[in-house]
Design a binder for this molecule. Structure first.
Ligand code: PEP
Ligand code: MG
Length: 885
């Protein structure tokens, strides 16, 4: 029994942890009887052993030899045989798909002794030498660490000498010459000769693939996709087949449905007389798969049958890489196909209707991140703006940004807050940082399965590729359109990834169909129908309620249309931005009791009317209104500016002098957890009273108007139960007063935020004086980590996510181990003190998918998030409930 190597026939789809997605897929297809070139997989366990010890496990050599012998028997060819040599591909493939992020080495087995044998066996001398020079180049670069630029420059030099522009214009003698030059470069640079022993080549290639798990590209990708660093990659070794042996050969990628829209029907790209790498790299333009029907009808039918088999077997969208070698079809790889958000919904609900999966499975196939993406706007369809160019609609959505021509510029602009559109001839994995930073990616070459398209779709980035009429002038930093229009770096363009068009200038954006369908309940097509089905299922099964964070009647109304079951956080300080800021300033500056009372009285009317309107918008549903919790510095003038003004004016403005004194008095080194919330309430007598009065009067007004107002009063930043007790007593007094004055039975639950570790740790005591808890996980994260969100996300901070210390920002996804533990303690001790205490979450995490699952498990009653994230939270709450059963 082998430990580190599995022949394809020995594995299956369940073994992706060990064989990688690719190895498991090949094993499964082999079992299904699909035409897979023979091969075997070296496990991720072997890779992990290699990465920890620096050497391969001792048994590996024998196990590989045994599997290789079996492969040779099946293929009927031998590695290193000089007449009809077997060639091997050596490919990386971990548990999770990381396209193009690790190494692949093709044509292993070619050497001086076998190259002519290959020429004879295929009848293609040029192909044999081209493969050999590619192997020497790839091996030199990947395995022997030689600078790739040296090879590239040699090719460029030779092409110039021959007056050739493309590689394929070079003659066989040129390729022989290049091979020799490449071998010389390797010898000169590494002190070693290119290995002529194919078995040695194979072992070194396997080690290089292992090592590529820790390459920079792979590490960046893993961080972005939250893939653990310690999984390692498997290595798949497979007999090579050739798609470049003439007219009845070719290669392609096929999907069982359209991965961009989810529409039923075979779909993909085909490249006649070419090798697989040409399709994936997008270096040559492919034709639609339908062309294969015309070029090789029998193979098309056979391929369709295999795809149908795979989809029924996997019960999901599958994609395959295939090669036609002189009329014989080979399937080289399959996997569950990546898809856009739109396709995810359509495919899941189509598969449900086709009886392949059940409702529960359909809901597990879609997620909140997909749904949020679908709510983003598209360009208004009636926009009258002829496209600059049309390419392939590779990843849908609409984006506007400034043209940039390289990854670094995209990153720089994004850091400065300027949206960018990354324009490249074609992208490579080195462009990844720029693709992440840009709003959209536009390429002039490559099909729907090119690197640019696949990566952009995976990231939800808008992408148009293969816009062949555009000519990119990288050095001149401009592009020219088919009609001669020049677009310079920095010019604004609009990219429509749904239509595949690029437009000059900023097109107006229109709301998405799905967003409209969600708000109105009207289905406008199969996509919105699928979304509504998923949501209604989630709504039935979820235990968590979903509320919204909203401070205006408009937001409240929108949130309600999107399914919010109330407001979990109405930030009253947000009502004093803009012109009303002066009211807070006046309160801070007020000298003496009467001035303060006057300033406070001015706060009453605007708040009362805001509350009345919000309660009306959320009539019958709970509205949690938080008492003032302003980071005071945000409401005061800048300290330095003010000091300069006072120092330079003669005489200085007396108001400035008073302001400066107040600013100095309130200045705090770290203002975020400082004089806010309940601390401010206790420092400014009368503040609680005026806010509670505004709330209570709004409630009374709504009752008089026949509404069902359900205001809840929330006290922020409580760290000690005494703070809550004091403020609560004052609030209750005001509520009673307003009830007496208005004759209305004004009753509002009074609760507290849990946003300080001390509050979480003393939750049992606090619970006795609270009607509800609402976890302010922003504050709780900040104070648990001793780190502000801004600092955590600044790339200069050593603990920031980019350094790889953390897999993601704790401000985005709740840190279960630390902050989550505080939440768990507070839930347990709070409920022990008061069994039916309502527990909500109003920090940003309330709308983040993974965090929603945690809150479900932690026994929280509701999450509250920005209105646009409400549908996603509903969906995830449903998925969390299903996952828990
Ligand atoms: C919180 O701390 O989670 C919270 C909602 O408060 P803030 O308004 O400070 O984000
Ligand atoms: Mg807070």
């Amino acid at each position: 029994m082998n430990h580190y190597v599995y022949e394809f026939a020995e594995g299956n789809r369940e073994m992706a942890d060990l064989l990688g997605g690719k190895g498991a897929g090949l094993a499964e297809m082999t079992r299904l009887g699909l035409p897979v070139p023979p091969g075997f997989t070296v496990t991720t366990r072997a890779c992990r052993a290699f990465l920890t010890t620096g050497t391969e496990p001792p048994e590996l050599g024998t196990e590989v030899a045994r599997a290789l012998a079996a492969l040779e028997r099946t293929a009927g060819r031998g590695l290193g045989r000089t007449d009809d040599p077997l060639l091997l591909s050596v490919r990386s493939g971990g548990r999770y798909c990381m396209p193009g992020m690790m190494e692949t080495i093709l044509d292993i087995g070619l050497c001086d002794a076998t190259v002519t044998g290959l020429a004879k066996a295929t009848g293609q001398e040029r192909l044999a030498w081209d493969s050999y020079r590619r192997l020497v180049q790839m091996f030199g670069q990947t395995v022997m660490g030689v600078d790739s630029g040296l090879f590239e420059r040699t090719i460029t030099g030779l092409k110039a000498a021959r007056g050739a522009t493309e590689d394929n214009e070079l003659a066989t003698v040129d390729l022989i010459l290049l091979t020799e030059k490449f071998k010389a470069i390797i010898h000169r640079e590494s002190g070693e000769r290119f290995p002529q022993d194919p078995v040695d080549q194979l072992h070194r290639a396997i080690r290089a693939v292992f090592a590529s798990w820790n390459g920079e590209r792979a590490r960046i990708h893993r961080r972005g996709d939250h893939i653990p660093d310690d999984l390692g990659t498997a290595v798949t070794i497979q007999a090579m087949v050739f798609g470049n042996l003439g007219v009845n050969s070719g290669t392609g990628v096929a999907f069982t449905r359209d991965p961009a829209t989810g529409e039923r029907g075979l779909y993909g790209d085909y490249l006649p007389d070419a090798q697989g790498e040409d399709v994936v790299s997008g270096v040559r333009d492919a034709v639609p798969l339908a062309e294969l029907k015309r070029l090789a009808p029998r193979s098309y039918i056979e391929l369709s049958d295999h795809l149908r088999t795979l989809e029924r077997h996997y019960q999901d969208l599958c994609d395959v890489e295939f090669t036609l070698e002189r009329g014989k079809l080979w399937i080289l790889q399959t996997r569950i196909g990546k898809r856009t958000a739109e396709a995810a919904f359509r495919i899941a609900y189509d598969l449900l209707d086709e009886g392949l999966i059940d409702r529960r499975e359909a809901l597990s196939r879609v997620n909140g991140a997909h749904l949020t993406r679908l709510l983003f706007p598209r360009f208004a369809t009636d926009a009258d703006n002829a496209p600059l160019a049309t390419g392939i609609a590779a990843s849908p959505g609409a984006a506007v940004g400034a043209v940039v021509f390289d990854s670094a510029t995209a990153v720089r602009r994004a850091a400065a807050g300027e949206p960018a559109v990354l324009v490249r001839k074609e992208t490579t994995p080195d462009d990844l940082p720029g693709m992440i930073a840009a709003q959209a990616v536009l390429t002039t070459r490559g099909g729907r399965t090119s690197h640019a398209a696949a990566v952009a779709r995976g990231m939800g980035r808008v992408c148009v590729c293969g816009a062949a009429s555009l000519v990119v002038d990288q050095e001149g930093r401009r592009l020219t359109t088919g009609s001669g229009v020049l677009v310079h770096e920095g010019d604004t363009v609009s990219v429509d990834g749904t239509a595949g068009t690029v437009h000059l200038g900023a097109l107006p954006l229109a709301a998405s169909d799905v967003g409209r369908a969600l708000e109105t309940g009207e289905q406008s097509g199969p996509l919105s129908e699928a979304v509504l089905r998923a949501l209604s299922h989630a709504d039935v099964v979820r235990r968590l309620d979903v509320r919204a964070n909203a401070d205006t009647p408009e937001d409240a109304a929108r949130a309600r249309r999107l399914g919010a079951q109330g407001i979990g956080l109405c930030r009253t300080e947000h009502m004093f931005l803009g012109e009303r800021k002066a009211l807070i300033e006046a309160m801070i500056l007020a000298d003496g009791e009467s001035a303060r009372e006057e300033a406070l009285a001015d706060l009453l009317p605007p708040q009362r009317s805001d509350f009345t309107a919000i309660l009306a918008a959320m009539d019958g549903l709970p509205v949690t209104i938080r008492l003032l919790d302003p980071p005071l510095h945000e409401f005061l003038p800048d300290r330095t500016e003010l000091a300069v003004r006072v120092a330079t004016a003669t005489p200085p403005d007396p108001r400035d002098v008073r302001l400066l004194a107040a600013v100095e008095r309130m200045h705090e080194r770290n203002a975020m957890p400082g004089m806010r919330g309940v601390r401010l309430a206790l420092a400014v007598p009368g503040l609680v009273a005026v806010q509670v009065r505004a709330i209570a009067e709004a409630v009374a007004q709504r009752m008089r108007d026949g509404g069902s107002p359900r205001a809840e009063i929330m006290i922020p930043l409580v760290g000690a139960v005494e703070e809550l007790r004091l403020v609560r007593a004052e609030a209750e007094q005001v509520l009673a007063q307003v009830a007496a004055e208005t004759g209305q039975a004004v009753r509002c639950p009074i609760g507290t935020m849990i946003e300080l570790p001390r509050a979480a740790l003393t939750a049992g005591r606090i619970a006795r004086h609270a009607d509800f808890f609402s976890f302010g996980t922003n504050g709780l994260t900040r104070t648990t980590w001793g780190l502000s969100r801004d600092d955590a996300e600044a790339s200069s901070f050593p603990g920031c996510p980019d350094t790889g210390l953390f897999t993601g920002s704790p401000f985005e996804t709740l840190d279960e181990e630390g902050v989550g533990r505080l939440v768990t303690i507070a839930v347990r001790e709070g409920r022990a003190a008061k069994a039916h205490l309502t527990m909500g979450v109003c920090g940003e995490h309330g709308g983040e998918p993974a965090s929603v699952h945690f809150f479900h498990r932690a026994g929280i009653d509701y999450v509250s998030c920005s209105p646009f994230r409400v549908p996603s939270a509903r969906l995830e709450a449903g998925r969390a409930a299903l996952a828990a059963t």
